[in-house]
Design a protein around this ligand. Structure first.
Ligand code: ATR
Length: 274
């Protein structure tokens, strides 16, 4: 039986086991995808103990994405640029290889839900400056976006991300959001302000061009107050669940060595659970 899984804390609300185990079952694989919740300060010891491949690999979620990159012997360029890993593989020779397919999931989600918008053909805006924001900004930069605008309440944190990404990236304070929205092809909310129970992020979305695609990385609720405002303005919208499902595809391939079976509607399975 091949064992893989996800490490996070908390991990109980993760939809990844639901997605991967549905794929495993449909593909008839002798495998299982398990949630792991190491103590917050204990991830490195946990991962070190898995060297050798008794567990084939792990998706990584909060708060371990940076630590997962740090334990790896080898990392992909996209993981290095994102400063985080959402996927690590334990090789039989004892090495750990880190990757990050969140950015792929982000871009595929835009392609699926806003197919008319070429997000790499003009400026894009990422709001927030935590790990999720850095990953999104790195994905756009690597995809060749001519300008990545990082907007954050605390300007200094946006400047750190922009500095790490190089010349294509610029930092804006949240109070300058309107300027950042000028001419934007896409806007991504990567702040925690859309989470259930929190008041949504209040930004002047009406300052975006009418065909600007608007995404929220939060998917609980699926349509956050931020996405509701974008829909009211008739902007094309992209939800965080699509990103989650899209990053799961390359994750499954890396962990189980085969593409997920097309017969399973992973999004529908998740929608029933949220
Ligand atoms: P992550 O979980 O992606 O690593 P984080 O480090 O928890 O993110 O950061 C959360 C992000 O949401 C930050 O960019 C934060 O802004 P600050 O850097 O100024 O703290 C942003 N954020 C959270 N609540 C917000 C709110 N109500 N309005 C604006 N930004 C908010």
């Amino acid at each position: 039986t091949r064992v893989a899984g996800i490490a996070g804390n908390p991990v109980i609300h993760s939809l990844s086991p639901l997605i991967h185990n549905a794929w495993i079952e449909a593909a008839g694989l002798d495998a299982v995808y398990v949630p792991f919740a190491p103590q917050a300060d204990d991830f490195v010891r946990f991962a070190e103990g898995l060297r050798g491949g008794s567990v084939r690999g792990l998706n990584i979620t909060m708060p371990f994405k940076e630590a997962a990159l740090s334990v790896a012997n080898q990392a992909s360029q996209r993981a290095t640029l994102a400063g985080a890993a959402n996927l690590i593989v334990f090789n039989a020779d004892g090495t750990i290889v880190a990757d990050n397919v969140d950015g792929l999931g982000l871009l595929e989600a835009f392609a699926a839900q806003a197919p008319g918008v070429d997000v790499t053909s003009g400026p894009v805006v990422v709001i927030g400056a935590g790990g999720a924001a850095r990953g999104a900004a790195a994905a756009f930069a690597q995809a060749g976006c001519p300008e990545v605008r990082v907007v954050n309440r605390t300007l200094a944190r946006a400047e750190m991300i922009a500095g790490a990404l190089g010349e294509q990236a610029r930092a804006f304070a949240l109070s300058d959001c309107e300027k950042a929205f000028d001419g934007a092809r896409a806007v991504v909310n990567a702040t925690s302000a859309g989470l259930a129970g929190q008041e949504g992020l209040s930004v002047p979305l009406e300052a975006t061009p009418v065909d600007c695609a608007v995404m929220d990385m939060v998917y609980k609720p699926l349509i956050t107050p931020f996405l509701q405002r974008a829909q009211a303005l008739r902007r094309p919208t992209v939800d965080g669940l699509e990103m989650l499902v899209r990053q799961a595809i390359p994750s499954f391939e890396a962990l189980f060595g085969a593409p997920p079976p097309a017969s399973v509607d992973a999004r529908a399975i998740c929608l029933e659970a949220i």
